[in-house]
Write a protein that binds this ligand. Structure first.
Ligand code: ASP
Ligand code: MG
Length: 451
């Protein structure tokens, strides 16, 4: 069996839902379980409605109603489907009225509220799929065994779910049923609705795939997969065919928002490949995320990313030579200030490190100045090369060549311990040019290596 997950933009309206139906229909022989997000921006609209209810007396959910009733009408799903979703929309209205009455929005209420998005979308989609001659059944996640803790807005599934999911899903699949399951939501042991956190339906899909021992988890998005660079920066960025979980996690951290590392975890643990596909371009091969690469690729670089608005801190201690505990002293200052450090390089007498610029730098600097000389430089960017770090010399030689040609001074270099990333710091204003130059060098059309 396979799991096929479609995000909000893939089910944004009637046309998109029918198109998803076509994609699913062409893969029925692989016994899919479909996992869906809420239609379009419904989750955001629901949260907006909640905030409005907190501030005012009456709240309109007209936009949400229109979106769903229009899809039903456009798909010709008829009175029966309308009757299926009307009670949900009525319940939603009562809930909002309740919120505006008591002027309080707890995590529990928030989860209950946003759950309507996914509950509506699976009912409409399943009905559409039935009209397309598939034996589809809309299911709320708790009907397939999603039991979570009560950590509202960021719940974690209980162990027992892992046994319950196959026990409940397998008979359906054997009976030729196509389950269309809500992503994102679950219920706790007390029966309250919970959510796995924003964007959580990817994780719902990978949990189902892992629990079922699926052939693969397909995550259908609105991009061609993981790209060699940010397409807004690099015009000819193209999809990467294969990345490891590790590479994908580094890419996600450094700004390529394709799949959150938390979403990959269940499949990583169980060694099930994740395939990122584009529902707007189903013919494209997409990106396959696997535990390990079957063979070393000829070309050592997979992808490039950059992250701006970074602060670089240089810490120099004349007492560092031969001293134990200096690094410890420095990092305990960061810990005390609750500041997370991203990239680090050290020498015998100095430490350079980077942080996101949002932090309160003055207080931090004052504390650091007690133990060392400190220099803070803002307006920096981290450029990251994801690839085979065992070939770092070759990668770096070319990277430095590009920077030299652009007359860009590299201000710090760090080779990730994970052995998949090399990061370096340049001025924010130079980052785009560097990424473009690197991309041309590593992946340029006239470079036969970089295919
Ligand atoms: N609908 C939820 C959200 O927008 C969950 C998801 O789409 O993954 O966060
Ligand atoms: Mg969404």
């Amino acid at each position: 069996m396979i799991v096929m997950k479609f995000g909000g933009s893939s089910v944004a309206d009637a046309g998109r839902i029918r198109h998803v139906g076509e994609i699913v229909a062409s893969r029925l022989s692989r016994k899919p379980v479909v996992v869906l997000s809420a239609m379009g921006d419904t989750t955001d609209l629901l949260l907006e409605a909640a905030n409005a209810a907190l501030a005012e007396k009456s709240v309109s959910i007209e936009k949400i109603e229109d979106l769903h009733y229009k899809a039903i009408a456009d798909l010709n799903l008829g009175e029966k489907t309308e009757a299926e979703i009307r009670p949900l929309l009525e319940e939603l209205k009562s809930l909002l009225a309740g919120i505006s009455l008591i002027r309080e929005l707890t995590g529990r209420t928030k989860d209950y509220l946003v759950s309507f998005g996914e509950r509506l979308s699976v009912r409409i989609a399943a009905s559409c799929f039935r009209l397309m001659n598939m034996n589809a059944r809309a299911m709320d996640a708790w009907e397939i065994g999603f039991v979570s803790d009560s950590n509202y807005t960021a719940a974690e599934l209980d162990r027992e779910s892992w046994n319950m999911v196959p026990r409940l899903l397998n008979p359906l699949l054997e009976g030729g049923i196509l389950p269309v399951v809500t992503g994102f939501i679950a219920k706790d042991a007390k029966g309250n609705i919970t959510t796995l956190g924003r964007g959580g339906s990817d994780r719902s899909a990978t949990i189902i795939a892992a629990a079922m021992g699926a052939e693969e988890a397909q995550v259908w998005k609105d991009v061609d997969g993981i790209l060699t660079a940010d397409p807004r920066l690099v015009g000819d960025a193209r999809p990467v065919e294969l990345v490891t979980y590790e590479e994908a996690a580094e890419l996600a951290y450094f700004g390529a928002q394709v799949l959150h590392p938390r979403a990959m975890q269940p499949c990583l643990k169980t060694n099930i490949p994740v395939l990122v596909k584009n529902s707007y371009n189903p013919g494209a091969p997409g990106t396959r995320i696997v535990a390990s690469r079957p063979e070393k690729p000829a070309f050592p670089v997979r992808a490039l990313t950059s992250r701006g608005n970074i602060t670089l801190i240089d810490i120099v201690s004349t007492r560092m030579v031969g001293q134990a505990g200096f690094l410890n002293g420095v990092f305990s200052v960061f810990a005390r200030h609750g500041v997370s450090v991203d990239v680090v390089a050290t020498s015998e007498v100095s430490i350079s490190l980077t942080l996101d610029t949002a932090n309160d730098l003055e207080a931090l600097k004052e504390d650091l100045a007690r133990i060392a000389r400190v220099e803070i430089k803002t307006g920096k960017a981290i450029v990251t090369i994801i690839g085979d770090v065992s070939r770092s010399s070759e990668i770096l030689q070319r990277a430095f060549g590009v920077c030299a040609d652009l007359d860009v001074q590299v201000q710090m270099v760090s080779q990730g311990a994970s052995k998949v990333n090399i990061s370096f710091i340049v001025d924010d204003t130079q980052a785009a040019g560097v990424v473009q130059g690197l991309h041309r060098n590593y992946f340029g059309k006239d470079d036969k290596d970089g295919k």
